[in-house]
Design a protein around this ligand. Structure first.
Ligand SMILES: Nc1ncnc2c1ncn2[C@@H]1O[C@H](COP(=O)(O)OP(=O)(O)OP(=O)(O)O)[C@@H](O)[C@H]1O
Length: 306
């Protein structure tokens, strides 16, 4: 079953088309990552799914309900973690959880929440005294207080240090293993790679690519091979392709080859080097990352705006 079905969604603000004929589905229990540059239409789409914004046209079903008609029934079944929380800094962690929980029919206990988000030590601390990362963890805790079937996470780890990001990823993965469906927006491609079962890339209100992170990465045929050219060796003697580039900014000259046939090119170059007795330093073979693919896709659509 689909947790979310969106078909032909359009949202305009005056002449500005923020979302343009958008269609996609999120399956039950799936983690779906929505990616795109600033202004691509992600927030508008998410707010429409949450029932916080009216659409201009198109069909939207969230947990079987039209969010414009959802009211309390939908609010009770979804959790929302926004980029900036409105938590009162004077309240303690315990009081905040109790206050948020009061809005839900079914709610997790304070003990359960602080354990899930690792804030046991801070349960009686004032929100104002928490670090940035601890506040975000509290936000996540408040988002899941009502046992949401569907959780919206808006850039969940923006501003975190690497260790805090890892902890949050583990927490989010833990929630997913409980069966919660998650829709997250993120600017971090490694986050999408780590967390999302599928990602959708938006540009100018449209979906420009969709698939698992692995599918999107394999859609790009280019592999980058690089190595240091040994001193005094003519790169032509190593049979490097004619369109190879050479980076001379470091101590050595690095040959960079972009190719759709990495096996053949590697075999030729390595064979030529070995036949001449050259040991090549710094050999690397790199498949495109999700970031390369994303920047290519989003950049093509955004043109010179970005
Ligand atoms: N309330 C509004 N009134 C008028 N235009 C708006 C409004 N909200 C968004 N827009 C416009 O709609 C377009 C999409 O914005 P949206 O916030 O959905 O993008 P986004 O992908 O979420 O960006 P970000 O990553 O910066 O949050 C932008 O051109 C934006 O200026």
């Amino acid at each position: 079953m689909s947790a979310i079905t969106i078909s032909g969604l359009r949202k305009t603000y005056g002449d500005n088309v923020a979302v343009d004929d958008l269609s996609f589905e999120v399956a039950d229990g799936e983690v779906y990552g929505l990616l795109g540059h600033n202004g691509a239409g992600k927030s508008t789409t998410i707010e429409i799914m949450e029932g916080h914004r009216e659409r201009t046209s198109g069909d939207v079903t969230v947990l079987g309900i039209d969010p414009e008609q959802g009211g309390r029934e939908l609010r009770d079944r979804i959790g929302i973690v926004l980029q900036t929380s409105g938590t009162d800094v004077e309240l303690t962690v315990r009081e905040s959880i109790e206050l948020y929980g009061a809005a839900y029919r079914r709610r997790r206990t304070v003990d359960e929440i602080v354990e899930l988000v690792g804030l046991e030590e801070k349960v009686d601390a004032r929100v104002g005294s928490l670090s940035g990362g601890q506040k975000r963890r509290l936000d996540l805790g408040l988002g899941i207080v009502g046992y949401p079937e569907l959780l919206f996470l808006d850039e969940p780890t923006t501003g975190f240090d690497p260790a805090a990001r890892r902890r949050s990823w583990e927490m989010i993965q833990g929630l997913c293993s409980l069966g919660t469906t998650v829709v997250l927006t993120t600017h971090y491609l490694d986050e999408a790679e780590q967390l999302a079962d599928r990602v959708g890339v938006m540009a100018r209100g449209k979906m420009v690519a969709e698939g698992t992170p692995a599918e999107l990465m394999s859609a790009s045929p280019t592999t980058t091979i690089s190595f240091e050219v040994p001193e005094g060796v003519d790169p032509d003697a190593l049979l490097v392709p004619a369109d190879s580039t050479f980076d001379t900014s470091g101590n050595a000259t690095t040959c960079v080859i972009e190719t759709a046939e990495p096996t053949r090119v590697l075999a030729e170059v390595m064979g030529a080097a070995a036949a001449r007795g050259h040991e090549l330093a710094g050999i690397s073979v790199r498949r495109p990352s999700l970031e390369d693919v994303f920047l290519g896709l989003a950049g093509e659509r955004e043109g010179s705006e970005q």
